[in-house]
Write a protein that binds this ligand. Sequence first.
Ligand SMILES: O=P(O)(O)O[C@@H]1C[C@H](O)[C@@H](CO)O1
Ligand SMILES: Nc1nc2[nH]cnc2c(=O)[nH]1
Length: 295
Amino acid sequence: MEFDRDTIVYGSYEMVQEIATYLLERTGIRPRCGIICGSGLGCLADQLTEVDSFDYDTIPHFPVSTVAGHRGRLVFGRLGDVPVVCMQGRFHYYEGYSLAKCSMPVRVMRLVGCTHLIATNAAGAINSQYRVGDIMLIRDHINLMGFAGNCPLLGPNDDRFGPRFLGMAKAYEPELLSVAKQVAHRMPGMDEILREGVYCCVGGPNFETVAEGRLLELLGVDAIGMSTVHEIITARHCGMTCFAFSLITNMCTMSYDEEEEHCHETFVDVGRQLEGRICELVTRVVASIGDSEST
Ligand SMILES: O=P(O)(O)O[C@@H]1C[C@H](O)[C@@H](CO)O1
Ligand SMILES: Nc1nc2[nH]cnc2c(=O)[nH]1
């Protein structure tokens, strides 16, 4: 099969290294953990101290964010005591970027020193037990775009990033999932909104038809979105430990009698309403990563 290297394959090792060097020469922070802020979850980056931030359009070879609620900058700093780097805004396939290009910043995170990735997103609930405002810890995902032959790892493999073939059975680190549940359990009001489930990514930007929603339910999907899966694949490929969660911003339309709830601006507002709890959850999970690395 012929690959169009410009559109499908993006980010040679040398290119990613050049970006990493550019950043490391301009910040004293040496991050251990990368955090990707989903739609409406950019507040996470606002919690950092000792900040050095870089607008995407000033970083060599970086794509730019085109989605409302995605600020478009990379923020280095400390979350509590732990040095981190946050993507305040991510890249989506529907913006016209290949999956490799959407996920390229994860490799940058790895080459600036991150061993862990925390990805967050806004997602629609397929599971009828869920409610808007729930937080779903991602236990596993279904790479539906991968079933159709689209994957961020398409094309020649560079062993300096990771292996050609990649096991994904424990993509979401069970230990971190368990830490997050313990942490959340100690936070007031979290038990009522905390879920654990299976996330699935579609290309978007359209939302699901009723028939598609019902199919996803049959497949065992709890929440559906347009990101995260390819970032986790890329992170696992380069040996990063991963944790992710979805903020449930809407119930998917599962019957023809229901009114459709989709509105990106409302999704961003749901994020704002929960930002205090989300920031606390992430701060505590990151602290546990810091503790585990210092022992
Ligand atoms: O970046 P995330 O996955 O949070 O963004 C979700 C999916 C779409 O980009 C958008 C839909 O409103 O929110
Ligand atoms: N595909 C998809 N992405 C979302 N992001 C936020 N809500 C939704 C949804 O219902 N479907």
